[in-house]
Design a protein around this ligand. Sequence first.
Ligand code: ATP
Ligand code: MG
Ligand code: MG
Ligand code: MG
Length: 566
Amino acid sequence: MRWSSSYIPTLKEAPAEAEVISHKLLLRAGMIRKLTSGIYTWLPFGLRALNKAANIIRQEMNNAGSQEILMPSVQPADLWQESGRWQKYGKELLRFKDRHERDYCLGPTHEEVITDLLRGEVRSYRQLPLNLYQIQTKFRDEIRPRFGLMRGREFLMKDAYSFDCNDEGADKSYKNMFEAYNKIFTNMALNFRPVEADTGAIGGNFSHEFMVLAETGEDTIAACTNWPNCTFAANVERCAILPPKTINSDSCPDMEEVATPNSHTVEEVAEFLHVSTKNILKTLLFMADGKPVAALLRGDRELNLIKLKNLLDVDELEFATPEQVQQLTNAPVGFAGPHSLIGVDTVIADYELQTANDWIAGANKGDTHVLHLSLQRDCKITRYADIRNAEAGDVCPHCGKPLELKKGIEVGHIFKLGTKYSEAMHAVYLDENGKENTIIMGCYGIGVSRVVAACIEQNNDENGIMFPPPLAPYEIIIINLDPKNQAVNAKCEELYVHMKEKNIDVLYDDREERPGIKFKDADLVGIPLQLIVGGKSLEKGVIETKIRKIGEKSSISAENYKADFE
Ligand code: ATP
Ligand code: MG
Ligand code: MG
Ligand code: MG
């Protein structure tokens, strides 16, 4: 592609709303543009990276025996009612009606649709096992879309689903996908870890997340320091999860009227913490800019702040700003009304405050949660993670070596679902003896668009992106330093034609721009190898080269370069 005839609108500055580096660079490198909150258009340069990611995924999914399909993004409500998720999924599910007043949703995931497909088709054990995938646009009405592609509302996902006759087969399918995922992220040249994960809203028996390691990650991972000898790593969401219980929604008056199997009342929380309900302060306590700050969500805020200071025995304790809370918790601005409790409500009880005090004493700038116990809108406790303890001595359950905490971006997630959907939706097959059995399912997602953002989070410097070759929109950029010079033009053309013949993805910067601008743009867009063609070096018989990632400059012969690109 010639830059002069392509559409790569680079920007000197990133728009102010871009908070994280990938978002800034995606905008600056002319890869994406925002349409509205959490919804983006992919421009040609960005789309090439997205397609590269999708094709790496396709290849390994096909190698693993999965077959590609494409399901609709509009889904009828009755399937979701059948699975029970129409009630449970909450506001992330975008719902609407057609002209006949029938209910629909935009697919955030496709378990219902695929189970419906298979139950109409699969009759016999001979048709199983089966593994189908699609690469398709998903919609989730995220409470706070942010960080550009990282947490969009509309995003591209690869989702695969496996169907087996028995548990043994399902475990094999899971393992097969686990291995395929390792290959996929290795082929993308990403620094990643598979981690043990909580099964969340999708449900099921066991699951792993694939985390790209990056400081800006929203997830915290406890990983064994004995890596790679020991591969144990877990999402801290999983560190200590209370046993499943059912709540009585009367005891939780300002919460939504939903009871889910993992729910607990405030009373139950108190019991778990060995304190009376009176002693539970609804507080979120964390570090911001190296100082302890508190978000008091209920009651007399001033009074509670004083109490908290005394309890913690600290001189300085400030209210967290809504922005700080937002940043940490994904919560909406302000704390108006019960729904603002979603995901932010943390209970710190008396005896834990002592622990919190120790933590504050030893905390480092940038540390986040202390004792983190969140109650969701339905009073469901989603996580209880004592990160301080994980840091101080929790040891690896596999090898006994210390654990360390890392930040990660969830790029993939695999679940063994068991019969959660097949049972609810009656997806069955007949075995060898003609007996009816329930199909065992698994589901396997990759955030394709998030992969592109995660890749940039992990590969950048102050000048821009440093794409690893497998995800780079182009592998080579030819920089013509002097478009008025005949010899330079001729050499560039020759190189360009040669690269194209060799099927190398090449971008030729033939624009009438100053060298300074071309160098800056080349570094910004992050193509792995730069071939710099200028009058002076050509006279010496060489073409300068620069490897973007390591900055290493070298040169190749202007005449005998072909062997370098075999
Ligand atoms: P998260 O914890 O980040 O909200 P999730 O656990 O809700 O993600 P899954 O249901 O596991 O997501 O979906 C599979 C994959 O889709 C995720 O591993 C992630 O890579 C991607 N994904 C999920 N939500 C988003 C989003 N809002 N924007 C971009 N990618 C997403
Ligand atoms: Mg989510
Ligand atoms: Mg998750
Ligand atoms: Mg997930």
